[in-house]
Write a protein that binds this ligand. Sequence first.
Ligand code: CO
Length: 175
Amino acid sequence: MVREIVVYPDKRLKQVSKPVESFDEELHTLLDDMYDTMRAKNGVGLAAIQVGVDKRVLIINIPLEDIPEGEDEQPRENTLEMINPVIVEKDGSTKFQEGCLSVPGIYEEVERAKHIKVEYFDRHGKKHVIEDDDFLAIAMQHEIDHLEGRVFIEKLSFIKRKKFEKEWKKRKKAS
Ligand code: CO
């Protein structure tokens, strides 16, 4: 089921999400709904707080490249579901143009660690470790930031941030 997306500057986006304690049906429904919502909005990742649930839950589904025409480039089974993720290693730095379903239509370059290692639990409570130094590393850092109440535009320089706030106000008025 597609849920409503919490849009910046909604205060909920500043909330620090709480750890998941039971890996139950409610969690599974949340994860399934998050996938449906992410697909409906053409996203590649989503944190639970973006649908108003303050739990340490995120999903990422990076579109497949070079797949036959008409085939799904973000199949459900390719979804990385991360519960209570913790970054245990990070190094290097890289810049990438990011976007966010909670700040629709805005794309800005953000600096992040190049390589990260993350420990997390899957929907059944099994622990996993994942490492990446490519787009997935950036996506994981972006989504984990949401669990800490941070949105990517807060990482912009002062000037760029001011420009963004002006542009955002203009858009809000127009819509
Ligand atoms: Co986001």
